[in-house]
Design a protein around this ligand. Structure first.
Ligand SMILES: O=C(CO)COP(=O)(O)O
Length: 253
């Protein structure tokens, strides 16, 4: 049985005061459970403070992006070495907003994935199709292609520890969720692709999240699906009550 992982992607929301009060409220109210990893990915400015604040609690912290080299003249960027040094365990890579607004390519996502493993960070590799690609019947081709490129040079032991987030672009922040069946089907295709790249053991170990308008009201159905091991949540992860409710569902479902 794969452990579930619910991660809140806060994107560019919250002041440091708001971030600290969320974490203070949530960290002691998480259910005692070995079934779920609970992760918050705040803006990188707050990582240091929130890692300290969550030390010794079940709430874990992740970054939303990073560069692929350890240091250099890359104004504004945060490096894998810096995240590892802060003891940040997770990093989201290749989110569709990074791909769309910051020109993040499949090649860059691959370099970042390799860099994450080299520093002991667990990557949450995001893949997903646009509405046009879905309507053209190219969902599986698109998503499988992104997976193949992201995992180039990643070995099976590393791949077993990786997390893939399937986020159909048309479902992000739109209130439109893929049906649980559709989401499960694509997550199953992703797992099959990992099976082809590696082996059955790796395919059954890797954790696959769904993301796109996940909220307390629909997370139960999504998690009941065979290939969906968790969720990457935007909007509904910003409020303590709704984040806690989703973790509660994941722990008990
Ligand atoms: O992009 C997302 C998480 O990374 C999904 O965002 P929403 O949950 O707000 O649709």
């Amino acid at each position: 049985m794969r452990k579930r992982i619910i991660a809140g992607n806060w994107k560019m929301y919250k002041t440091i005061g708001e971030a600290k009060s969320f974490v203070t409220e949530v960290k002691d109210r998480l259910p005692e459970t070995d079934n779920v990893d609970a992760v918050i990915c705040p803006p990188s400015l707050y990582l240091s403070e929130l890692v300290k604040l969550t030390e010794g609690t079940p709430l874990e912290i992740g970054a939303q992006t990073m560069h692929d080299v350890d240091e250099g003249a890359f104004t504004g960027e945060v490096s894998p070495k810096m995240l590892a040094d802060l003891n940040v365990p997770y990093v989201i890579l290749g989110h569709s907003e990074r791909r769309q607004y910051f020109n993040e390519t499949d090649e860059a996502v691959n370099r970042k994935t390799l860099a994450a493993f080299s520093k002991g960070l667990t990557p949450i590799v995001c893949v997903g199709e646009s509405l046009e690609e879905r309507e053209a019947g190219k969902t599986v081709e698109t998503v499988a292609g992104q997976v193949i490129k992201a995992f180039e040079g990643v070995n099976a032991e590393q791949a077993k520890e990786a997390i893939i987030a399937y986020e159909p672009i048309w479902a992000i922040g739109t209130g439109k969720t893929a049906t649980a069946q559709d989401a499960n089907e694509v997550c199953g295709e992703i797992r099959a692709e990992i099976g082809k790249l590696y082996d059955d053991e790796t395919a059954s170990a890797i954790r696959i999240q769904y993301g796109g308008s996940v909220k307390p009201g629909n997370i139960g159905e999504l998690l009941s699906m065979e290939h969906i091991d968790g969720a990457l949540v935007g909007g509904a992860s910003l409020e303590p009550e709704s984040f806690l409710e989703m973790i509660g569902v994941a722990a008990n479902e």
